[in-house]
Design a protein around this ligand. Structure first.
Ligand SMILES: Cc1cc2nc3c(=O)[nH]c(=O)nc-3n(C[C@H](O)[C@H](O)[C@H](O)COP(=O)(O)OP(=O)(O)OC[C@H]3O[C@@H](n4cnc5c(N)ncnc54)[C@H](O)[C@@H]3O)c2cc1C
Length: 244
């Protein structure tokens, strides 16, 4: 796959809101100032300058590549986090400087596609799945396991459900690690549900696309490799550094 050369972008904040009442996840929309058009592949990210000293934070594109005049980011708000504070304090119309597109977390040519996300790790995966189903009319089987703590943290649920209703090749499972008693679907860690749902499946045909914190990515990799996903068919993006 040919990768697009990264370049510097200036863009203006055009909208900002929390995606649900938990106030943990902030959506920010930007309109390009220069250049006027952006090219990227679903799954890629930008590097945002978040301080005068030049400290940077990475954010995946939540939008799909057909939207070229601007982009949307979805960020988890970390108390006292530098990037979080920058995105919260930026005035409407305020200008940002970013470098994009970056990253190799993009769709390959495996026969079946398995996506696994936790928390805001859904962002690049949401862009990939939306691009596959709405823009590319993808017919390969697509599964998504998305792990969140509580139902009240979840966002984009209706959009994902609608995609699943309208595309019989797409199946979406929400996994809650702190589910309440009424929750009848999968609970625990995404790993628990993967083991259960793919117990009888030949995983050698599947490409796995995994995004979230480094601990989850490592554990899912070990599990999926044991289940038969090959090294070259395992793709990931880690949102946090290795611990320890
Ligand atoms: C390729 C790539 C793409 C990314 N895309 C996204 C994205 O689309 N959306 C998104 O929200 N994030 C994304 N991230 C993570 C993002 O870049 C930041 O690292 C993260 O949002 C925290 O930034 P911050 O500056 O607000 O906090 P920081 O100033 O980095 O952190 C402040 C403190 O909080 C701790 N901390 C950091 N992250 C967490 C966490 N998740 N939970 C608890 N404590 C934490 C740190 O260890 C530190 O002690 C991406 C990371 C990478 C590498």
């Amino acid at each position: 796959m040919e990768m697009i050369k990264p370049e510097k972008f200036l863009a203006k904040l055009s909208d900002r809101y929390y995606v649900n009442d938990s106030r943990r996840f902030l959506l920010t929309k930007f309109e390009l100032v220069s250049p006027r058009v952006i090219e990227f592949l679903a799954g890629q990210y930008l590097s945002l300058k978040v301080s005068e000293e030049g400290v940077r934070r990475s954010y995946s594109f939540a939008t799909t590549p057909d939207v070229k005049h601007g982009f949307t980011l979805l960020s988890e708000i970390i108390p006292d986090g530098l990037g979080s504070k920058y995105l919260l304090d930026l005035p409407m119309g305020g200008e940002i400087e970013a470098l994009a597109p970056l990253g190799k977390f993009v769709i390959g040519d495996e026969a079946k596609l398995l996506f696994v996300a936790t928390g805001s790790g859904i962002v690049p995966i949401y862009s990939m799945i939306t691009d596959l189903l709405l823009n590319k009319h993808e017919k390969r089987p697509i599964r998504l396991h998305w792990g969140m703590r509580r139902e009240s943290d979840v966002f984009w649920f209706d959009n994902l459900e609608r995609l699943a209703e309208n595309n019989e090749n797409f199946v979406f499972d929400l996994v809650l690690s702190q589910a309440n008693e009424e929750w009848s679907l999968c609970s625990g860690h995404v790993q628990d549900c993967l083991s259960r749902d793919f117990e009888h499946e030949d995983m050698s045909f599947w490409g796995a696309y995994v995004c979230g914190n480094s601990k989850m990515v490592g554990e899912v990799k070990t599990l999926l490799r044991e289940m038969g996903v090959s090294e070259e068919n395992f793709h990931y993006e880690k949102f946090t550094e290795e611990e320890g």
